[in-house]
Design a protein around this ligand. Structure first.
Ligand SMILES: Cc1cc2nc3c(=O)[nH]c(=O)nc-3n(C[C@H](O)[C@H](O)[C@H](O)COP(=O)(O)O)c2cc1C
Length: 196
């Protein structure tokens, strides 16, 4: 009899904790990004960040917006780095092409950039200055050859009226968008952690 009672009690305890778990994952789901309107805005010169941005958009059902400087950057690497360095040192906010249609509709905005001279390319700051990110959740990510330095923090600082979720840095020694698919697993883990 004692054994039966113990068994019944143990079963009840197990069932109760199972139900609590189910409840928890349900309330966790309620906090997921389900139903949120998501934009992935990105800048990319050689294609790495574009590849990541497109992958993030495909996984989150987001719209995409590419930030493009009105005056194109040089196609060759060294002239491009020289121009980007001078632009950064001057603190330029170069004009950018196109518009995000109805920015108000987005609850969440991923902002993806390559690291350029230890921060984001200047046209990205033009983009961040241009729209009202107040009340939105901004999630930065970057691709870099060596390190992110202050890049993600600089995006956070440029959107002071937003809330922010943990960003992602992807280091790659390749350019032109090659080999970014090797990083998709890391991107998946990050998105899962953010409840997407
Ligand atoms: C103008 C310029 C400046 C760069 N500055 C840095 C840097 O400061 N630190 C770094 O790790 N990588 C730097 N890189 C490398 C890029 O961040 C890296 O290759 C990135 O993945 C390229 O992204 P994209 O293909 O989207 O343009 C620089 C590249 C360029 C073209």
């Amino acid at each position: 009899m004692k054994r039966i009672t113990t068994f019944v009690v143990a079963t009840l305890v197990a069932l109760t904790s199972l139900m609590a778990c189910a409840q928890n994952s349900k309330s966790k789901n309620a906090e997921t990004m389900d139903g949120k309107k998501v934009l992935v805005a990105y800048f990319s010169w050689s294609g790495n960040t574009a590849d990541v941005a497109k992958y993030v958009a495909s996984k989150t059902g987001a719209d995409l917006f590419e930030v493009v400087r009105e005056k194109a950057y040089p196609v060759d690497y060294t002239p491009c780095t020289d121009e980007a360095k001078a632009e950064k040192e001057r603190g330029d906010r170069p004009a950018i092409k196109g518009e995000v249609k109805n920015m108000e509709q987005y609850d969440v905005v991923f902002v993806g950039v390559p690291v350029w001279w230890y921060t984001a390319p200047m046209p990205v700051f033009t983009f961040l200055d241009k729209y009202d990110f107040g009340g939105k959740t901004v999630i930065p990510f970057c691709t870099a050859y060596t390190a992110e330095y202050e890049t993600l923090n600089d995006i956070v600082a440029a959107t002071p009226n937003s809330s922010h979720l943990e960003g992602l840095t992807l280091i790659t020694k390749e350019m032109g968008g090659k080999g970014m698919d090797k990083q998709y697993g890391t991107i998946d883990q990050w998105l899962n952690k953010l409840n997407f």
